[in-house]
Design a protein around this ligand. Structure first.
Ligand SMILES: [Zn+2]
Length: 256
């Protein structure tokens, strides 16, 4: 098979020499993959509209020696609303960077594709905070890292405390006794753990209806972030950007 089709979302796009673009895409058929779009940076390129980050496009590709190349590209959905709003753009950049960080090449997953697709839809219409938390939680789940939130991750005891200890190394909550032996413990209120459980139970589309208080939102964001950074072993570029953006713009009420 020298020519094949991909239905893919563009995660990122990088300009190369001679107006070429290297794209990292996530497709229904093949999962994450790097492909080249020859000449796509030229102003009159017909591929141009379909190769921007966050675009959902149909690509026809031919096999190359090192990297497969796009011969035809047709835009299916451009999520234009994302590009005209800094909050939405930042949120979309964050989820695509996150997915890129967690997923290896060549491992297709229909559910993960659907998660990304519906997250972009929801971000395009705004109000993205709980969508981002839901995306983080579900992505961790797809990566086999869904935290244990009912029983102690070490001894299995049922947890009843109002302040709950979370150990990123253990991937879950700990009882009082086990928490005393762990070095890196994060303390959270029970409410935050309950919200996190809801993120796993509910569909992403429903999460905008979830009412969460500001203190719990802050805790939830911190909990997921420490867990994500522990597994990725790095800070994401977009997270650093978001921190700078929202610290310099206090009172905006956005905590993504
Ligand atoms: Zn225990």
């Amino acid at each position: 098979m020298k020519i094949y089709k991909l239905d893919a979302i563009v995660l990122k796009s990088r300009d190369m020499r001679e107006a070429d673009k290297i794209l990292t895409v996530y497709s229904i058929q093949r999962g994450k993959q790097r492909i080249v779009a020859h000449g796509a940076a030229k102003p009159n390129s017909r591929k141009r509209g379909a190769v921007q980050p966050f675009c959902f496009s149909e690509f026809m590709l031919h096999r190359g020696r090192e990297i497969d190349a796009i011969s035809q590209a047709e835009l299916k959905e451009g999520f234009a609303e994302i590009r005209y709003d800094l909050d939405r753009l930042t949120a979309a950049a964050y989820i695509t960077e996150l997915l890129d960080g967690f997923v290896a090449e060549g491992e297709p997953n229909q559910n993960l594709f659907s998660l990304l697709y519906s997250a972009l839809h929801l971000i395009a219409v705004g109000n993205s905070e709980m969508i981002l938390r839901g995306f983080e939680a579900k992505l961790l789940g797809f990566s086999g890292l869904q935290p244990d939130l009912t029983n102690c991750s070490v001894c299995g005891a049922e947890i009843r405390e109002t302040k709950v200890s979370f150990a990123v190394q253990q991937g879950g909550i700990l009882c009082k006794d086990c928490a005393t032996h762990e070095k890196r413990i994060l303390k959270f209120s029970r409410g935050t753990v309950e919200v996190l459980k809801t993120l796993y139970r509910w569909e992403l589309t429903k999460l905008q209806q979830l009412k969460v208080s500001e203190p719990l939102k802050t805790e939830l964001s911190a909990l997921l972030r420490s867990y994500i950074e522990y597994y990725l072993e790095k800070k994401l570029k977009t997270t650093e950007f978001m921190d700078r953006l929202y610290k310099s713009n206090l009172g905006r009420g956005t905590n993504i």
